[in-house]
Design a protein around this ligand. Structure first.
Ligand code: NDP
Length: 396
């Protein structure tokens, strides 16, 4: 029996709210966000008076502390933005609350996501006897758990890991991002980076690309980008000789992105506009489609998985584990598209495992440090079934 506060009433928060509300381990659910009307709309959609709502500015530790003192939750699910990770972790420590998120901390004024800021909280969470679960969405999240599952069951050592993320959906818009535009554009315009032979290799943005064949979808041009789970995976699985992350982008999307960058709309520093300070990328977010609104006309599949090569009993073998998710089915169930759905379902499941004491311990953990078995046993029935391919051609 547990009391949970969800912070963030966006696309991912909508899915988390639906799934947490359907889980009997959660006796009390509070959905808190910056714009309370959005939280109220989600609570109404879930129905049954299952979810209470609150307004909170999660950039403010005192506001979070007074919210936590009001409800004394066991756990906070942070699905606001990566900028709020540290303030929410501070408030959790002050009030004795467990913590879970889906994206690592990013400073607002620097497009740089790294675990170092959150890993620095390890000792404080250990001393407080609290659990902090980092990166429990799909990627990071399920991809990290897929990797841990492969290591636990099928390999003595893994050597090559390629995480392949395809969105073959069509939302009918000329340009839109599938999750928060500001975070998304910051992520995909960064330089590429991958791990090889004990060091990071940097590439120009989208410099390396190749077609990859995705199950039930077919070949799609896939671009090597840096993604945050690579940092923790190479640390937690030191036998890895190479670890890379690939994401599909359509030509139309890349053309828009290039224009956005070239005209300065991806800038994250303040500019003066008629005497008012604005940050171009934040202004852009205000005029782009809300990712939550894409669901209604979204068709097609996402396909995200891990392609792994390593050795078992002295013999080289390959393993591919993936989930395909249908935008239309996700929308029918929760009113949001598959990108929010594939993030929100794992977050709700991870929270449930913590609430039930299946996952736990004192400290700050990346999800691959927990036992992958109970998570993967429940992931399919919860809406994200997964498929395994043994000793196939990995292509990459
Ligand atoms: P949205 O922009 O749709 O939602 C974010 C929500 O957080 C909004 O409701 C917003 O409020 C709220 N919020 C923002 N700032 C604050 C604040 N200071 N205080 C309180 N609430 C705040 O984003 P998504 O739902 O698409 O993404 C949520 C998170 O999930 C992000 O961190 C994203 O990086 C992560 N993510 C992780 C993935 C994974 O696989 N691991 C994949 C996709 C996303 P308001 O409505 O007022 O703007």
């Amino acid at each position: 029996m547990a009391k949970v506060i969800i912070i963030g009433a966006g696309g991912v928060g909508t899915v988390v709210a639906h799934k947490v509300a359907a889980d009997p381990v959660f006796t009390d659910i509070i959905l808190a966000s910056r714009t309370v009307s959005k939280a109220e709309a989600i609570a109404r959609a879930v129905g049954g008076n299952r979810i209470a709502t609150e307004q909170v500015d999660a950039d403010s530790v005192p506001e979070l502390v007074s919210l936590f003192r009001k409800y004394s939750p066991d756990l906070v699910i942070n699905v606001a933005l990566p900028y709020q990770d540290l303030t929410i972790m501070d408030a959790c420590l002050e009030c004795g609350v467990n913590y879970l998120d889906t994206a690592n901390y990013e400073p607002k004024d620097e497009a740089k996501f790294e675990y170092k800021w959150q890993w620095a909280y390890k000792k404080r969470f250990e001393e407080a006897g609290l659990t902090a679960v980092l990166g429990c969405g799909f990627d990071p999240g399920v991809t990290s758990i897929f990797t841990a599952y492969a290591v636990k069951h099928y390999f003595d050592e893994i050597h090559y890991l390629d995480i392949v993320d395809c969105n073959a959906g069509n939302h009918g818009m000329a340009f839109a991002t599938n999750f928060n535009p500001e975070i998304n554009i910051r992520e995909v315009t960064q330089k590429g980076r991958y791990w090889e032979n004990g060091r990071w290799v940097e590439t120009e943005p989208h410099e390396i690309h190749q077609p990859i064949d995705y199950p039930e979808i077919g070949p799609k041009e896939s671009y090597l980008i840096y993604h945050e789970e690579l940092e923790s995976l190479v640390k937690n699985f030191p036998t890895l000789k190479r670890a890379r992350f690939w994401m599909t982008f359509g030509q139309e999307y890349l053309t828009h992105l290039r224009v956005i960058q070239n005209i300065g709309m991806a800038r994250i520093d303040e500019v003066d506009y008629n005497g008012t300070k604005i940050v171009p990328i934040q202004f852009l977010k205000a005029v782009l489609p809300d990712p939550k609104s894409l669901g209604e006309n979204y068709t097609g599949l996402t396909s995200i998985g891990c392609r792994i090569r390593g050795v078992k009993d002295g013999r080289e073998r390959t393993y591919y584990i993936y989930n395909n998710c249908d935008h239309e089915a996700a929308y029918r169930e929760t009113g949001t598209q598959a990108v929010s759905y594939t993030t929100g379902v794992p977050a709700a499941l991870g929270a449930s495992l913590v609430a039930r004491g299946v996952w736990g311990g004192s400290g700050v953990f990346n999800v691959e440090e927990f036992d992958p078995d109970p998570f993967l046993k429940e992931l399919g029935p919860l809406g994200l079934p997964w498929v395994e391919v043994f000793d196939g051609d990995l292509e990459v």
